[in-house]
Write a protein that binds this ligand. Structure first.
Ligand code: NAP
Length: 678
């Protein structure tokens, strides 16, 4: 059978492997199926193409444009996922593994598409935090902003998730406006190549936004600059080698690392046999040991159970693992497929033997297990293997040896502090889970173990139906961990986009900050509105456009009427003596909500017009009480505009209420949906 040529995509051209290409094995049969790599790849031309063509094209787009691009890409991949499934079986993955890798990757991209539209502005400058008051008079202010790096992101990925591993980095990178060069692990690069080909063929991406290296990177990393980012996923050894290269250190080149991890799962003291939590724990551990044949960076490597429950957990796990059918990944009955290659299988067996020096194997014999519908001897199959470590305090290897396969070690704990100490001996991990319904146990673990783990996953009978699983990194939540896990962070919503942007502290006058941020800053010029702002369409409203209303006097009748009408007869509004005893009030005061209602009455334009709805209020503060006889007036300014769809956009108004002495009474941001002119 002829070999599949896995190509690279460099500077707009597909490059075929050359004579020195590396061969790739079919995980299920052990036969060589493909080859990848070309020593003559022009890595400088790739970097130039990304920096000179892809970067400028992406930076010219706003966050919303880029988010739409992500949505289109994800939709396109979704339409072609069967082709990805079909090819991916050769990596040993089952259909349920594909759901994590392929559907999970597409879903992650969709979440970034949605977050880009909802949480980022329709410009290419992202505001990080609020305006900082740097001067007494308010003429000199500060604002942190983030802008796209002018370089390229090099994504070096692990073999286990050839699609998710690429898309979870590509989505935030493209949203940041930065082009990417993806270098998948050679063992499964044929799946990544197909996904890249699908995205490129769709015509959705600007030229230079995405390139692919199948095989080695050559000396590409020695040609990077401070505007580039390396985002690495793989083993700690490779990460150390790459990140400690003199060129990387000397030029402070960003290096985000996600590496191996000795993740733990703790069975809470309350989760005794017979409780839903005990069953849940066993189910989660079994699933983590067998999904992707245990080749998951987040898999549970250490099972930490109360000493008294260790035997019960082993028995329950044995029963579940017995039901795990190992075999042909394409067969519907198969629950666990093959490891990615025979060399990976040898690596796992070697690591299992190291664990075996400190722990006894209590389940799974690699020399004697059944494989259904596939070649046990030539395919990269292994059974799940459970070890029991009786002396976890003196053991070393069980806490630092990652067998990247279906291997896990159970150990007993004396009390919760002991459980936390054992979990933390992983020296920094991606995730630790705790199966408990005892909220105090959860809090104690969060305090004791939080600093050692990138994610803490608590689950019990109340959350188990909707929970997403110990091993699933979610695009909304950070994925990464301290120490051994690489010290990096990915995902986490907009946080993940920031790895590809530079944060800059901007200092200047309100007008300067307004111009840079496309957001009106108090103190900046107020442009008189040419007509009542509520009568103007979204596209006609200008940032800074302002109206000042007439004043309205608040009477005691107003306060009483409002109190009786709404039922809010709180003593500060009704009882002068009681109000005076309160340190905040000089006597009876108007309700804050009455003031807001009066404000609306002052600034509203009552006729049918482009303002469609009031969708909320942000940052409301009442600053000074208003008493009967005081009068209030409103200043309303267009602060920021965000297009939502082709029919309307969101206008954020800055509203300030002042009294007859021009003292600030209240301040808030009003959100409205405003129609475009047709
Ligand atoms: P690996 O051997 O460290 O390889 C990772 C990547 O680095 C591959 O793309 C590899 O390419 C590349 N690479 C190796 N040497 C390189 C060099 N000198 N220059 C440039 N690139 C180089 O890891 P793996 O075996 O693929 O993956 C398994 C490991 O990844 C496990 O330890 C697992 O825990 C970890 N992992 C971590 C996460 C996470 O999010 N934290 C996720 C998945 C996996 P080649 O394949 O071409 O050598």
């Amino acid at each position: 059978m002829s070999l599949l040529d896995v190509k690279s995509f460099a500077a707009g051209k597909w490059i075929t492997p050359d004579a020195n290409a590396r061969t790739i094995e079919n995980a299920v049969t052990g036969a060589v199926m493909a080859r990848a790599g070309n020593d003559a790849l022009d890595v400088q031309a790739m970097l130039d193409h990304a920096r000179d063509v892809g970067g400028p094209a992406l930076r010219a787009l706003t966050f919303h444009d880029r988010a739409r691009l992500l949505k289109n890409l994800a939709t396109h991949l979704g339409k072609h996922k069967q082709a990805l499934y079909d090819l991916s079986f050769a990596s040993g993955a089952t259909q349920s593994d594909h759901l994590i890798d392929i559907d999970g990757g597409i879903g992650t991209m969709m979440v970034y598409a949605s977050k880009g539209r909802r949480e980022m502005p329709d410009t290419n400058i992202y505001l990080d935090g609020d305006v900082e008051q740097l001067s007494r008079g308010g003429t000199f202010l500060g604002q942190h902003i983030a802008t796209s790096l002018h370089g390229v992101a090099i994504h070096i990925n692990a073999f286990n998730f050839p699609v998710w591993g690429m898309l979870e980095k590509l989505a935030p990178t493209l949203l940041a406006g930065v082009p990417a060069i993806v270098k998948p692990a050679t063992a499964t690069c044929y799946v990544t190549e197909l996904a890249v080909r699908l995205m490129l063929d769709s015509g959705i991406l600007p030229a230079g936004a995405l390139q692919l290296v199948s095989g080695g990177l050559g000396d590409m990393l020695d040609r990077l600059s401070c505007q580039d980012v390396i985002s690495f996923t793989g083993s700690a050894d490779t990460a150390f080698k790459l990140r400690s290269a003199p060129h990387i250190l000397k030029n402070s080149i960003r290096f985000v690392a996600e590496q191996d991890s000795l993740n733990a799962s703790i069975l809470g003291p309350d989760a005794v046999p017979g409780t839903p939590e005990f069953d849940l724990f066993v189910k989660e551990v079994q699933r983590e040991m067998t999904t992707k044949a245990g080749q998951k960076c987040t898999a549970i490597r250490r099972i930490i159970a109360p000493q008294a429950q260790v035997d019960a957990v082993i028995e329950a796990l044995r029963a579940r693992l017995d039901k795990t059918v190992i075999g042909d990944p394409q067969a519907e009955t198969t629950r666990m497929g093959a490891l990615v290659s025979n060399s990976q299988k040898r690596d796992v067996l070697g690591k299992a033997n190291i664990i075996g020096t400190e722990a006894e194997r209590v389940y799974g014999d690699p020399d004697n297990f059944e494989v259904h519908g596939a070649d046990r001897d030539n395919g990269a199959f292994l059974p799940p293997m459970l070890y029991h470590c009786a002396s976890p305090d003196t053991a070393e290897r069980v806490h630092d040896t990652e067998a990247f396969g279906p291997v896990s070690t159970i150990m007993g704990y004396r009390d919760l502090d002991h459980a936390i100490a054992l979990a933390n001996r992983g020296q920094g991990s991606l995730v630790a889970s705790v199966i408990t319904r005892d909220a105090e146990v959860a809090r104690t673990v969060a305090i004791g173990a939080g600093a050692f783990h990138g994610r803490l996953y608590f689950n019990n009978r109340d959350s188990m139906k909707e929970s997403t699983g110990h091993g699933s990194p979610l695009p909304h939540m950070v994925h990464g961990g301290p120490g051994r896990a690489g010290g990096g962070e990915e995902l986490g919503g907009v946080r993940g986009v920031m790895h590809y942007m530079q944060r800059t502290a901007i200092q200047g006058s309100p007008d300067i900050l307004t111009a840079i941020s496309s957001t009106w800053v108090p103190g900046a010029a107020e442009n008189p509105a040419p007509a009542h702002p509520f009568s103007q369409h979204f596209n006609d409203l200008e940032i800074g456009e302002t109206i000042h209303t007439d004043p309205r006097t608040v009477t005691l009748d107003d306060i009483e009427h409002f109190a009786n009408f709404t039922g809010d007869t709180f003593y500060a509004h009704m009882d002068d003596a009681a109000a005076k005893r309160n340190p905040f009030f000089p006597g009876r005061v108007a309700h804050g909500y009455l003031l807001l209602s009066f404000a609306a009455g002052l600034f509203v334009e009552p006729n049918e017009g482009p303002v469609l709805a009031n969708t909320g209020l942000d940052s409301l503060r009442f600053m000074k009480p208003v008493q009967a006889g005081d009068s209030i007036k409103v200043r309303l300014t267009v602060k920021h505009k965000t297009p939502r769809n082709t029919a309307y956009g969101e206008v954020r108004w800055h509203a300030t209420l002042t009294n007859q002495d021009d003292e600030m009474v209240a301040q808030y941001e009003l959100l409205t949906m405003v129609a475009y002119a047709t």
